[in-house]
Design a protein around this ligand. Sequence first.
Ligand code: B16
Ligand code: MG
Length: 216
Amino acid sequence: MRKAFIFDLDGVIVDTAKYHFLAWQKLAHQLGIEFTHEHNEGLKGVSRVRSLDIILELGNIQASQEDKNQWLVQKNEEYLSYLVDMDESEILPGVLNVLEYLKSKNQFIALGSASKNARPILDKTNITHFFDAIVDGNDVSNAKPDPEVFLRAVQLVGVFNENAVVFEDSVAGIQAANIANMISVGIGDATVLHEAKYNFKDFTFIDETFLSQLIG
Ligand code: B16
Ligand code: MG
């Protein structure tokens, strides 16, 4: 039976958190708000709109919707400027091997990301062809830990939830996978992602034995 392997994007396939950080930090400084790497950790997997609200709360700033919209556009333009030269070299270690192995075993591969910039990132890194389904921030209305993004992905490939595996680097994403009764695999710090069923520091630690067990 074919299973579905759902990949988060930012922090799992590519390390775009560093670009989100630079773009949010620039906006925060402009608004007189201190914004550190630690603050940025709390924005992983969080939608763009919610991220801005969190930053404004840090600075105790109340703003009109018009101002917020303008800042969201500004932040995204700054973020996109870091992606101009993006290519395959930004794919995180071990990811391509796992994608190729799953493809060779005829498994469904899907993307489940909160980012509205997911498709151009997959194109720039030249991996769009691996994906049977792509669900991103443009397709869902409920942010992780709501499982909507992963539920859409399994619907698109026609697989039951319990036959789906989710690779995630955010706590909210792991919770979303668990709520949906999918197999959650944390990528990153196992202490932070302790709610995941399995944990790996990165994809270089995921071997074919583990993957073939999941495939069953
Ligand atoms: P964008 P993921 C998430 O992507 C990021 O982790 C999060 O930091 C970002 O704010 C969010 O996408 C929205 O991204 O501004 O590009 O729409 O981890 O769910 O792939
Ligand atoms: Mg992520």
